[in-house]
Design a protein around this ligand. Structure first.
Ligand code: ADP
Ligand code: MG
Length: 285
């Protein structure tokens, strides 16, 4: 179930005088069974890129191979039904789309749309709500009585209820308090343990470190780098300025210490790792 982008270009309004080229020559692989983080400054094309994963946007040229499905510009809407069941998308602030009278009804809506019977949809919805740790006590409440973090998870359950193999999350932690953010990272870990391919857009490099196996860095509609978090976060400091990317907190501290004259053998990714290095009980030094 890996995903491959091959020479993908994308313009909004392609073929019109208002065509706006946004993605340029994208060639990346998103590995199966892993969490891939897509990072990059606002406007770099992250959301545009991920909307290709279920055919919401189609490449203007090039192709995207999602398992055995080939997405090209010429694909017809009705050919996308199968893909849409396999790729679950959670957009930014998904709780804005909650609408039903109860949490359970809201989560059942998507599977019913995918052709589940009411009974099947209810079973699937309950499973999805458990997966995102929404307590049974809340299932018959109005979604609007819930906290922000709970609403976010209910909205995610709606996507997960049809049991997609690929789960795409566009800034899922945005606007949540630290507790909500941690719950979300745990859900990402659970999805990976369940064998799903997860694509996560995030602005928080510490979240990326916490859950991602693989990273894609976008800059001005191009892939600026691809690799493991360790590979990416050990690049030259000047490169981070170029692509306007933050270091994780531990890396930021380490660079401040270096500026003050402290020599460090490498750039740590975790604060615990930095603490060890500073204590001198670091194996690598
Ligand atoms: N529907 C749209 N029509 C025209 N331009 C768009 C549309 N959506 C996004 N863009 C433009 O595409 C570029 C990339 O946006 P986006 O993919 O949302 O970036 P990111 O998610 O990294 O912030 C931006 O310049 C944005 O203004
Ligand atoms: Mg975006």
């Amino acid at each position: 179930m890996a995903i491959n982008f091959e020479q993908v270009n994308f313009s909004y309004g392609a073929g019109t005088t208002l065509a706006q080229p946004i993605l340029h020559d994208i060639n990346v692989t998103i590995p199966d069974g892993q969490v891939t983080a897509i990072v990059g400054q606002t406007g770099s094309g992250k959301s545009t890129l991920i909307q290709h994963l279920n055919g919401l946007l189609k490449p203007t040229s090039g192709r995207i191979i999602i398992d055995d499905f080939i997405l090209t510009n010429g694909i017809k809407e009705k050919q996308l039904t199968g893909l849409r069941a396999r790729v679950g998308m959670v957009f930014q602030f998904p709780e804005n789309q909650l609408f039903a009278n109860t949490v359970l009804d809201d989560v059942m809506y998507a599977p019913i749309n995918f052709g589940y019977s009411k009974r099947e949809a209810q079973i699937a919805a309950k499973e999805a709500l458990k997966r995102v740790h929404v307590s049974e006590k809340l299932w018959h409440k109005s979604p609007f009585e819930l906290s922000g973090g709970q609403m976010r998870r209910v909205a995610m359950a709606g996507t997960l209820a049809s049991n997609p193999d690929i789960v795409v999350l566009d800034e899922p932690a945005a606007g949540l308090d630290p507790k909500g953010q941690n719950e979300l990272l745990n859900i990402v870990r659970d999805l990976k343990s369940a064998g799903k391919l997860v694509v996560l857009i995030s602005h928080q490099m510490d979240h990326v470190i916490a859950v991602a196996d693989h990273m894609i860095v976008m800059n001005n509609g191009r892939v600026a780098a691809e690799g493991t978090p360790t590979e990416i976060f050990n690049r030259d400091l000047s490169w981070f300025k170029e692509v306007a990317l933050d270091l994780p907190k531990a890396g930021q501290f380490a660079e401040k210490l270096r500026q003050k004259g402290r020599s460090l053998s490498r750039r740590p990714l975790l604060l615990t790792e930095l603490a060890k290095m500073l204590n001198g009980d670091d194996q690598h030094e």
